[in-house]
Design a protein around this ligand. Sequence first.
Ligand SMILES: [Zn+2]
Length: 282
Amino acid sequence: MGLYYIFTVDGDWDEYFYSKLSNSARQPDKKTLLAMIKREIRVVASINNRLLHFIHTSPVTPDFFLQPEFIFLWREIKARGGNVGIHCHTEDLFHEGRFSDLEKMKKSISSLTGSLVSKGINPISYRGGYMAFCEKSVPILEENGLLLDFSCDPGRYLRLKGELIADWRGAPETHYRMSYEDHRKPGNSKVIEIPLGKAGGGTLYIETTSLLSVWKAARALAKKVKEEKRDIIVSVLSHTYEFASFRKRLKITLALFICKKYGIFVSDEEALEIINQQKVQQ
Ligand SMILES: [Zn+2]
């Protein structure tokens, strides 16, 4: 019985979010991205290398992170005890909170997953860009062996360009087996949701909050473990672009240090083992 965290880093860069620019102006810079991901690898030495780096794919650049230099880094992350996951920025496919084009969504997930598997890298985790998700994704994740989803930010209700892309109102604050009918509810699919850590008025979304808030969340989650006498597994969230500055890396390092006082960082594969050993909330 304990508090477990998975440190997740979404592999995005600043220019991607300038959506008014042309696709060519939103491309990542290879040298910069390689340097920042290497910094991620260095920073996570303090948490026993338990990094879950989410590989970005989007219509802006579907295959950028499949270049040999990046594959080398994904292998290194795995060799050190971490893993990589699938991060699809398909927010433009949403209409009224659901995918308007399921085939494009399927292609986006299975093409990146298939390419990694063909290189001997087997991801088991998924996170939607902007935490976007709809229950139609659940069977797609199952088909691709992505048994853990990290898109849940409990309470999040996000509209982008007028479209609802993420609705996590009412979702549980600890891991649960997802329902096929409603991604915010426990059910009987094969996919386990691991939400972003939020409790006690704090959050583990490092760059949007203060270290005090990280401390509040970690302390409240540890208290919950004791009171409810069960394991709690949540994610701690950051982004690759945050690793550009020394000040931000220092904040991430301190946030991880605070979290460590109350729980243990594990890889996604270790989390799955823990979940398989316990009775998941039905
Ligand atoms: Zn993202």
